[in-house]
Design a protein around this ligand. Structure first.
Ligand code: 5AD
Ligand code: SF4
Length: 469
């Protein structure tokens, strides 16, 4: 990676700066000379997409574009899309339809997973679009923008066979409190329901020195929390001679002066090692939270999903986490209504919830996706039945969370404050284990501060506390 810089959204929009982020360390004048044009990016989807948008914004800033205040004002309007489930994909065309009336004189682009999936079809369905670029081709963006600037009508970046990662000279940081660093892109698994290997391409890791340099720079800029990202973040394989293992890179980032919290998402159970638990156990700066999606509690369904582990193997990994010296919270993703999921398979998923005792679960009804093998599997579950199972699962998990959270009443936690509800004169933040705590405080600006709070009340999805000390 060459020389690279970070620009915070606060500087770009002259918005408020969190108290712990030193504005002087993040000067404004690092983009190219202004070219008089502006851009706007609308983003849907996962954390990776959100961070991709920060990097794509950096590409435009480096070329002298400025961020537009609104969609109407922008010269370049980009839609950063998601196609993980059908609903997300459908939204894209209705949104593009809404942009038709303002398309005149603008460059309209579609980037991200749906761009990769639909490719040229997007030009057919929405002829006012002139740029289509999948995430594996973001390195080509400057060249694509050049082509458009010199009169190109339709430009595309859809190659998937890259072994390169998206390195940017400039990244616009939209979150003043938590900085994201992608350490691995793409996915080499082949879960039978999932579009990601088809939209983000083969797995490719960034060199550890590039990751650590970026983390140090973020710490110097005043960030105290870093989240390492990857579709399968713990499959990280350092391509550089240092050959750092995932657990080692976690420790190294946490050891950087000024970094108080390191998170990582999403972990794949197959690559989940005891070393990761040891690293968390012995490194206070590594947050005591692991997101470890199981997808189903039935080994039969896990096999049909091609998840590469059984219920028992997953539970063994959970037992390593539970054996740690400090409590580590565990969250998961679950899909209900996968083709062929019987009542008893579903029961196994429910009993897994009890057995693991998750602190949070993102649950979805199965959605058939293009190019996936599950799409043509027999025994589809009717939508109504899928929704019923989803509601049952969510209710069961809610009960589990109430019981777990009630046990925390009376305990004191360190909270990193990230929200101010002015109307209620309340603050909110997260524990290291990623639980949300709402609390009152007489202080006037706590954003970005670390405070101690004692829990006074529990709810299923958050806690209420009072500041102590
Ligand atoms: N249908 C429903 N949920 C899906 N996910 C991925 N693909 C699908 C699909 N086709 C869920 C998985 C994954 C999360 C990001 O989205 O649970 O972990
Ligand atoms: Fe999709 Fe499976 Fe890869 Fe996760 S591991 S991104 S679910 S293919």
């Amino acid at each position: 990676m060459g020389k690279s810089f970070d620009i915070g959204i606060d500087e770009v929009r002259a918005a408020g700066v969190a108290s712990n982020v030193r504005p002087e360390s993040r000067p404004l004048d690092r983009g190219a000379p202004a070219n008089g044009k502006s851009f706007f990016i609308e983003t849907f989807g996962c954390q990776m997409n959100v961070h991709d948008a920060e990097k794509v914004a950096g590409v435009f800033l480096a070329r002298g574009y400025r961020p537009a205040e609104s969609i109407a004002e922008a010269d370049v309007l980009l839609y950063n899309t998601c196609s993980i489930r059908e609903k997300a994909a459908q939204k894209v065309f209705s949104r593009l339809g809404a942009w038709r009336g303002i398309a005149d004189g603008k460059i309209i682009g579609v980037i991200g997973c749906l761009a990769q999936q639909e490719g040229e079809e997007i030009f057919e369905r929405a002829p006012w679009v002139s740029l289509v670029c999948g995430s594996a081709s973001y390195r080509k963006l400057p060249q694509l923008v050049d082509e458009l600037e010199s009169g190109g009508r339709r430009v595309m970046g859809l190659a998937l066979d890259t072994n390169e990662t998206f390195e940017t000279e400039l990244t616009r940081r939209d979150n003043p409190l938590r900085a994201y660093i992608t350490i691995i892109e793409g996915c080499d698994y082949a879960c039978s329901y999932c579009v990601v290997p088809h939209t983000r391409g083969r797995e490719r890791s960034r060199a550890s020195d590039a990751v650590l340099t970026e983390a140090r720079r973020l710490a110097e800029a005043g960030y105290t929390e870093i989240q390492l990202l990857g579709q399968t973040v713990n499959s990280y394989r350092d391509p550089s001679p240092s050959k750092l293992k995932f657990a080692e890179i976690l420790r190294e980032v946490a050891a950087i002066r000024g970094i108080r919290r390191v998170r990582f998402t999403t972990s794949h159970p197959n690559d989940f090692s005891r070393e990761i638990v040891d690293a968390i156990d012995t490194t206070p700066g590594l947050c005591d939270h692991i997101h470890l999606p199981v997808q189903s509690g039935s080994t039969r369904i896990l096999q049909a999903m091609r998840r590469t582990y059984s219920r028992e193997e997953y539970l063994e990994k959970i037992s390593w986490i539970r054996a740690a010296r400090r409590p580590i919270s565990v969250t998961s993703d679950i899909i209900v209504g996968f083709p062929g999921e019987s009542e008893s398979d579903f029961e196994e998923t429910l009993s897994l919830l009890d057995e693991v005792g998750y602190d949070g679960v993102y649950a979805f009804t199965y959605s058939p996706r293009p190019n996936t093998t599950a799409k043509s599997m027999p025994d589809a579950i009717p939508e109504e039945e899928k929704s019923k199972r989803l509601a049952i699962l969510q209710d069961r998990q809610r009960q589990i969370q109430i019981a777990r959270n009630e046990k925390l009443v009376g305990a004191t936690f360190e909270i990193m404050v990230d929200t101010h509800h002015a109307a209620r004169s309340q603050w909110a933040g997260r524990t290291s284990s990623n639980l949300i705590v709402n609390f009152g405080s007489p202080h006037s600006n706590l954003l970005g501060e670390y405070v101690q709070a004692r829990i006074t009340r529990a709810a299923p999805f958050s806690l209420v506390g009072e500041q102590v000390g």
